[in-house]
Write a protein that binds this ligand. Structure first.
Ligand SMILES: C[S@@+](CC[C@H](N)C(=O)[O-])C[C@H]1O[C@@H](n2cnc3c(N)ncnc32)[C@H](O)[C@@H]1O
Length: 387
C-alpha cells in the first residue's frame, strides 16, 4: 500500500513504524465499515486522523525541501503585496485585527507583519487559526520574536467578536471533498475507497441524499459519464469561521476557477491533486497520510456559500492582478540590488505572476460580512462575471 509507483521517491526507512500504524488504522476503519468509506472520509483520514494524518501527524513538509511550495514560500513579495493592499484599510480602521487561517509554516504571517510594520499599519493583533499542533508550534517560534508591540494569538477556534481581516492562502484546497460519478442515465454515484487484494481501490455506490442534493444544487449541468469532486463542507466551514465576526473582510487565495470551468467536459475525473516531495500527481490512493491531498477551489460555490450566509462578494480576481494591483512590485528598487538579487527577485515575480505559473490559475476572492470596504488592489481586474 505504501510503495510509491515508479517515478516517485521512496518512503524514508525511519517512517516504517508510522506507515504500519497508518495501515493498521485504515484497515480497521475499512473493516468497521464493510470495506467501504467515502472519498471524503478517506481524505479526512489521510489529512486529519489524530496523530497519523498528513496535517495532524506532524509529517507535512512545505517549501523547497518538502512536498510542495506555496506562494508565501516562493517569495516574501507575496505577503508584502498583501500587506500593501490591506494597509490603507488597517490605517483607517485602527480597531481591526488580522486572523490568518491555516498559516502553515508562518511565512505569510511573517511577511505581512514585517511589511505592515514598515508601513506603520500594524493591526491590534495578528491571530493564527491552525488545526495542526506541530505547525502551530512552528508558527509560535517563528513569530514570537517579531514585534513586541504586536499581540500574536494562536487560536484553536475561530475568533470571537472579531473585527478585521481574515486571510486564508491555500486553506480551502485542504478541505475534504466528495468524489462522484454521473452515468449515461444521469444517475449519481458516490465514489469511495475499498481494499481489494491488499490494494486501495476506488469503488462507486448509489450516492446518499445529501450528495445528490449538493450536485443538483450546482449552478451548472453535470456532463454524462463524468466524474468529479465537490466540497460539501464549504458552507458549514465558512459559517463556522464567520459566525462570531462582527465586521470582517475575508480574503481567500487558492488555485481554482468558476463552476462552469470546474465541471467542464474536458475536466473529466475532477481536480484532486496530490503532492509528495515536489512531485504532483492525481492518485490519492497511494501513500495514504504520507502525501498531501488537495482539490481545486470552486469559487462559484465559495461565493454562493457566502451569499447564502448574508455576506457579499465585492471582488474576485487573479493572483497576478492582485499582486500588481497592490502597487508594491512597481516600487522595488532593482537598481539597488546586486545581480544575484535582481535575478532571484525577477524569478520570484515570474513564478507569482506569469499566467503559466501561479498568476492566472491562482485566484483571490474577497468576501465581506457587515462591511463596505473594498481592497483597491482587488479591483484592477474584476472577474465576478465568470462566477
Ligand atoms: C496547504 S497548507 C497552506 C499553508 C499556508 N497558508 C501557506 O500558504 O503556506 C494548508 C494549511 O491549512 C491548515 N488547515 C487545514 N484545514 C484547516 C482548517 N479547517 N482550519 C484551519 N487550518 C486548516 C493546515 O494545517 C495547513 O497549515
Amino acid at each position: 500500500m505504501f510503495t510509491p509507483p515508479t517515478g516517485l521517491p521512496s518512503v524514508a526507512s525511519d517512517l516504517e513504524m508510522h506507515t504500519e500504524s497508518i495501515t493498521a488504522a485504515l484497515d480497521k476503519k475499512l473493516s468497521e465499515n464493510n470495506n467501504y468509506i467515502s472519498f471524503a472520509e478517506y481524505m479526512q483520514f489521510c489529512l486529519y486522523q489524530p496523530q497519523l494524518g498528513y496535517y495532524s501527524g506532524g509529517l507535512h513538509k512545505f517549501g523547497q525541501d518538502g512536498d510542495f511550495t506555496t506562494a508565501p514560500e516562493v517569495s516574501v513579495l507575496f505577503g508584502e503585496c498583501i500587506a500593501q493592499a490591506i494597509a490603507p484599510l488597517l490605517s483607517k480602521n485602527t480597531d481591526w485585527d488580522i486572523c490568518e487561517l491555516g498559516p502553515g509554516r508562518g511565512a505569510l504571517a511573517e511577511a505581512i507583519i514585517n511589511h505592515l510594520n514598515k508601513l506603520d499599519a500594524l493591526p491590534q493583533s495578528y491571530q493564527l487559526l491552525e488545526v495542526s499542533a506541530s505547525l502551530s508550534d512552528l508558527q509560535k517560534s517563528r513569530l514570537k520574536p517579531l514585534h513586541k508591540h504586536l499581540e500574536i494569538k494562536h487560536l484553536q477556534e475561530p475568533p470571537n467578536k472579531f473585527k478585521g481581516i481574515i486571510i486564508g492562502n491555500e486553506v480551502i484546497d485542504a478541505l475534504v471533498v466528495e468524489r462522484f460519478y454521473v452515468n449515461e442515465q444521469d444517475e449519481i454515484f458516490q465514489i469511495g475507497v475499498s481494499i481489494q487484494d491488499a490494494r486501495l481501490v476506488e469503488v462507486a455506490q448509489a450516492a446518499p441524499d445529501y450528495l445528490v442534493q449538493a450536485i443538483k444544487n450546482l449552478d451548472v449541468d453535470i456532463p454524462k459519464n463524468f466524474s468529479s469532486d465537490i466540497c460539501c463542507q464549504l458552507k458549514p466551514w465558512l459559517k463556522h469561521i464567520t459566525e462570531n465576526c462582527e465586521e470582517a473582510i475575508l480574503l481567500f487565495s487558492d488555485y481554482g476557477f468558476s463552476q462552469s470551468e470546474y465541471y467542464s467536459p474536458e475536466r473529466n475525473d475532477g481536480t484532486i491533486r496530490c503532492h509528495y516531495r515536489q512531485h504532483a500527481h492525481n492518485n490519492a490512493l497511494i501513500l495514504p497520510a504520507l502525501q498531501d491531498i488537495t482539490a481545486w477551489v470552486d469559487f462559484t460555490a465559495l461565493g454562493n456559500a457566502a451569499l447564502s450566509l448574508g455576506m457579499e462578494i465585492p471582488a474576485y480576481s487573479t493572483q497576478a492582478h492582485v499582486l500588481l494591483g497592490s502597487g508594491h512590485l512597481q516600487t522595488l528598487d532593482f537598481e539597488a540590488m546586486t545581480e544575484v538579487q535582481r535575478f532571484q527577485t525577477s524569478k520570484e515575480i515570474q513564478t507569482l505572476t506569469l499566467p503559466a505559473n501561479m498568476g492566472e490559475r491562482f485566484r483571490f476572492m474577497q468576501l465581506n460580512k457587515n462591511c463596505d470596504e473594498v481592497i483597491p488592489a482587488m479591483q484592477l481586474r474584476d472577474l465576478r462575471h465568470q462566477l
